[in-house]
Design a protein around this ligand. Structure first.
Ligand SMILES: NC(=O)C1=CN([C@@H]2O[C@H](COP(=O)(O)OP(=O)(O)OC[C@H]3O[C@@H](n4cnc5c(N)ncnc54)[C@H](O)[C@@H]3O)[C@@H](O)[C@H]2O)C=CC1
Ligand SMILES: O=C(O)[C@H]1O[C@H](OP(=O)(O)OP(=O)(O)OC[C@H]2O[C@@H](n3ccc(=O)[nH]c3=O)[C@H](O)[C@@H]2O)[C@H](O)[C@@H](O)[C@@H]1O
Length: 453
């Protein structure tokens, strides 16, 4: 029986391994982690992350061919294929701080693999890493190898949170990069055979190592760039009376552009887009390509601009001060159907409002009060380390808001600021609210307020 061990029981390692176990009953999958509480949660009824459909998949295979364990060394030494899906946060100190990827966790995983391995292994980069990381990992592994053969593969993950299980069941593509040697190609075929249990072969792409590593950074940069492009348009829409939803629809109808990922918002969040673009920027700079670095940097700058533009709108609409005004924030995670708050734009918006002395009450059915308090107290880039555990998933209670009742209980004028274009603005206006929706023609009230930067 082929044995797989995955280092890192997080948002990627957990769901990905659960789906491999479900689709490959002939393979034994063990997920290990340095954080004991995470493993305990994976073995309990309350999984450490919320992801639609995940509970069912885990329940079907846990204890059969899917296991979660703290005994890292045992399972690494027994495995034929080792996936490494550990954190690769942005460096907070030293060379490349604020941009480069911090490979501390990756390096310690590689050293541990080299130490405990007693048989040949395929080591798979699942984490998102800088292009050329495999070369460094290869050096660490082979330097201490005692004659054991290690093949490194790059197999980046493209799932999105909130749809992870669907994405894993029906991926647009699976990407595997390996060395162009006979041994490298044999390892590629071994991993390909795992995915071929459920993914059509023509959707399993094989490339060289560096193309696979770079394709992951490129895909996230292209996706984030679409959002920054539409968000840049949203500012122009507000200035001109155009409607960003109509513009997106018209633009997306061009089959060369396509309709997806063109929703204007208060800015993209999540653990990866910013981190991976900063990493790309750093790699460009290190390779003597400042123009290319600046091009991608602009995607982040527009995202920051969009978040502060939103805060400025709120403040300027309310007579240029929100001091002591009570503001309810509905939703805190970085997108729907997740409890993940890493790099959520809500943090910047809330900090912006708090900076202006607003009194804010935050509610998100997937995020605990504890987590919100921690996020608002944390420094930039500190969130993506193993010590910082994600919240347990509370049970979701779907609530429908009674806006008329809310309106009646509020001080007037009463405002709604929609950072995701999800409310029915016409209905709310009928009730009496002044409504701001990103990129939509402005309410008379907002038009008369001072321009915002
Ligand atoms: N979250 C997402 O949607 C996606 C993330 N990625 C990438 O996947 C990687 C992991 O991301 P997440 O799963 O979100 O992170 P995460 O923080 O949820 O999980 C990482 C886990 O690795 C564990 N860990 C750290 N060092 C370890 C070691 N030496 N041995 C064993 N376990 C160790 C941590 O305790 C943590 O539980 C990152 O490189 C990220 O960029 C890629 C695609 C999607
Ligand atoms: O490498 C990763 O971590 C993953 O990053 C993203 O996935 P994720 O961050 O989980 O979620 P997305 O659906 O991409 O949303 C990211 C952010 O962009 C925002 N967004 C998305 C789409 C859109 O049209 N507008 C918009 O503002 C979302 O609200 C969210 O804040 C990518 O979509 C995945 O392919 C990738 O694997």
């Amino acid at each position: 029986m082929v044995k797989i061990c995955c280092l890192g029981a997080g948002y990627v390692g957990g769901p990905t391994m659960a789906v491999i176990a479900l689709k490959c009953p002939d393979i034994q999958v063990v997920v290990v982690d340095i954080t004991k509480s995470r493993i305990d949660a994976w073995n309990s009824d309350t999984l450490p992350i919320y992801e639609p459909g995940l509970d069912e998949v885990v329940k079907q295979c846990r204890g059969k061919n899917l296991f979660f364990s703290n005994d890292i060394e045992k399972h690494v030494s027994e495995a034929d294929i080792i996936f490494v899906s550990v954190n690769t946060p942005t460096k907070t100190r030293g060379l490349g701080a604020g941009k480069a990827a911090d490979l501390t966790y990756w390096e310690s995983a590689a050293r541990m693999i080299a130490d405990v391995a007693k048989s040949d292994k395929i080591v798979v980069e699942k984490s998102t890493v800088p292009v050329k990381t495999a070369e460094a990992i290869e050096k660490i592994l082979t330097h201490n190898s005692n004659g054991i053969n290690f093949q490194i593969l790059s197999n980046p993950e493209f799932l999105a949170e909130g749809t992870a299980i669907q994405d894993l069941f029906n991926p647009d593509r699976v990407l595997i990069g390996g060395r162009e040697t006979p041994e490298g190609q044999k390892a590629v075929q071994t991993l390909k055979a795992v995915y071929a249990h459920w993914v059509p072969e023509d959707q399993i792409l094989t490339t060289n190592l560096w193309s696979a590593e770079l394709s992951k950074l490129a895909a996230n940069a292209f996706l984030a760039q679409r959002i920054s492009s539409v968000n840049a348009m949203s500012a122009l829409c507000e200035a001109t009376g155009a409607n960003v939803s109509e513009v997106s629809y018209a633009v997306g109808k061009d089959s060369r552009i396509g309709p997806k990922f063109l929703n204007a918002s208060v800015g993209f969040g999540g653990s990866c887009f910013q981190k991976d673009i900063l990493n790309l920027v750093y790699i460009c700079e290190c390779n003597g390509l400042p123009e290319v670095a600046n091009y991608w940097k602009q995607v982040i700058k527009i995202n920051d601009y969009q978040k502060s533009r939103f805060v400025n709108r709120v403040v300027s609409s309310m007579f240029n001060t929100v001091a002591n005004k009570k503001i309810a924030v509905l939703g805190f995670a970085f997108k729907k159907d997740t409890g993940d708050t890493r790099e959520t734009p809500a943090i910047d918006v809330c900090k912006g409002l708090l900076g202006d002395k607003a009194k804010i009450s935050i509610y998100d059915p997937q995020v605990t009060e504890d987590q919100i308090q921690r996020d608002l107290a944390m420094n930039k880039f500190d969130w993506d380390h193993p010590v910082h555990l994600q919240p347990m998933s509370p049970t979701t209670t779907k609530q429908t808001l009674d806006y008329k009742k809310i309106y009646d209980s509020m001080q007037k004028p009463a405002f709604v600021f929609d950072g995701r274009n999800v409310v029915d603005s016409e209905k709310l206006r009928e009730i009496g609210f002044i409504v701001y929706s990103i990129g939509k023609p402005l309410d008379g009230w907002l038009k008369d307020m001072p321009a915002v930067a």
